[in-house]
Design a protein around this ligand. Structure first.
Ligand code: MLT
Ligand code: ZN
Length: 479
């Protein structure tokens, strides 16, 4: 059990962090106390914003001494309320946003060493300055921070080729729940000293310590890219197209993102400046990005030829390949705005699921029919990372019903129904967003007890006082 922060610890923290690092003004804290989706509202006595690792260490030491819980936070763009403090005010919010130094950029090692508060789009720009690229991207790139991306093992739209954050973290610096600094920043390509703490802290959602910096893998800068929008009849046709493109292009295909007709319509309805990329309507659309290194032939011609051949065989119904960077950005905006359009559209039961890639086309058709039959009038919007077998399988309320009330009444039943369909295909109820608060109950309900036991054992070993982000990721054992 942790303790509510009292006046003594608050005064000690205020003295140590000064006015920039210790914020207790409710108006200044307010934006950081509600999750991105606006579903979970937290409360805290203070927002702690350290400037360097030694301040993080002192915060953790003081918290451990008083048994006060800490909730680490980056850009506050968690999809599962993983960085929102509890409503009872029992925890302090620990923001890493002031720690935003790029400590080193090495073209020889292909490594960037950056602090946890660096925003993803700033890392993209920093890598460009040495002719390199950080190959992970997602819709929230303008706000998501490196610490949060590591702590959630973020995915995004380039996983197909480069993997999730796990594959890109070459080294890590973190403050453990004891207050000790773990210096694992050295970016060794080979290091076989047993349990990999770098991997343990990646995806730990701040429950095992506070990530303060990381060494991240860079790849060569892109010479040219081809971005296409393809209309086709089914996810089965889409997967056949992906495998064909991969066979023809080697590893040039980086993104293969599915956008069903209803998700596209929602974006066009809510996001200013967007327009339909194809003249007709298609049940499924795929956004494809292929890239080529500097000096290699432009991939536009090859992708255009491959899509024309696929259209000749009726695998593709229609397609457009962007003829300028502005057009490519406009196509990407359609894909990257889906989450924002959904947020504007109103509450829905959200699921971030994965099944084996080859099962996904059948799953999409069958699960949608099953949900719409079981919950009369409910509407499925299933979009995302088809090439990774990861779809955001969201269920909207029937038209004319208040979304919030529907979600309160039906949400848990809808979640359980969808997750059971996923489990039947040996899938995961969290492919890329993590567990946070919002998936905790379903994780506890569906997870193998062996998995949960191991998770709790690791948590207890590293954080015996339970001060690091309690109530997230690790379900409490049943009483
Ligand atoms: C996406 O793929 O657009 C994001 O993961 C956001 C979402 O799931 O809504
Ligand atoms: Zn996603």
């Amino acid at each position: 059990m942790t303790c509510v922060p009292d006046a003594t610890i608050l005064a000690a923290l205020e003295r140590r962090l000064g006015p920039k690092g210790y914020i207790s003004d409710p108006a200044a804290m307010a934006p950081w106390l509600t999750d991105w989706r606006g579903r979970v509202h937290g409360h805290t006595a203070a927002l702690l914003s350290p400037a360097d690792v030694s301040e993080v260490q002192d915060i953790v030491r003081l918290a451990a001494a008083s048994r006060v819980a800490l909730v680490p936070q980056g850009g506050n763009s968690s999809m599962v309320a993983g960085a929102t403090p509890p409503a009872d005010g029992s925890a302090l919010l620990l923001s890493l946003r002031r720690m935003k130094a790029v400590r080193d950029l090495s073209a020889d090692d292909n490594i960037a060493v950056v602090e946890a508060g660096v925003v993803l789009s700033d890392l993209h720009l920093a890598a460009e300055t040495i002719g390199r690229r950080f190959p992970l991207s997602l819709g929230a790139k303008g706000t998501a921070t490196i610490g949060g991306l590591i702590s959630t093992n973020a995915g995004g739209t380039q996983v197909l080729r480069f993997g999730t954050m796990r594959a890109l973290v070459a080294g890590i610096e973190a403050v453990l729940p004891s207050g000790e600094r773990f210096d694992g920043l050295s970016a060794l390509r080979k290091d076989n000293r047993g349990y990999d703490l770098r991997q343990l802290l990646t995806g730990a959602e701040g429950t095992l310590g506070v990530v303060t910096a990381a060494s991240l893998r860079l790849v060569p800068a892109i010479g040219a890219r081809a971005v296409a929008w393809v209309g086709l009849a089914s996810p089965h046709a889409a997967l056949r197209l992906l495998r064909r493109l991969e066979a023809a292009t080697g590893d040039a295909i980086e993104s293969f993102e599915a956008v069903p007709a209803n998700a596209l319509a929602m974006v066009l309805r809510h996001i200013p400046g967007t327009r339909a990329p194809l003249s007709g309507q298609h049940d499924w659309n795929i956004l494809i990005e292929a890239t080529a290194p500097l000096g290699a032939p432009d991939p536009v011609e090859q992708l255009t030829g491959l899509l024309a051949a696929a259209a000749g065989e009726a695998l593709v119904a229609d397609a457009v390949v962007a003829s300028s960077e502005a057009q490519a950005d406009a196509l990407w905006k359609l894909r990257e705005s889906i989450a924002e359009a959904e947020r504007i559209d109103g509450a829905a039961a959200k699921h971030d699921i994965s099944v084996p890639v080859s099962d996904m086309p059948d799953f999409l058709i069958e699960a949608r029919a099953a949900v719409e039959e079981r919950f009369a009038g409910a509407r499925v919007i299933a979009f995302g990372h088809l090439g990774d077998g990861n779809i955001h399988f969201n269920v909207q309320p029937p038209l004319g019903i208040d979304p919030k009330r529907w979600l309160e009444a039906e949400g848990p039943r809808v979640n359980a129904f969808v997750h059971d369909l996923v489990a039947a295909r040996s899938g995961s109820l969290s492919a890329e967003h993590g567990i946070g608060q919002l998936k905790l109950a379903e994780f506890a309900r569906t997870a193998d007890p062996v998995r949960l036991g191991a998770l709790r054992a690791i948590k207890n070993a590293l954080d015996p006082l339970g001060i690091m982000n309690p109530g997230k990721l690790v379900p409490e054992p049943a009483p």
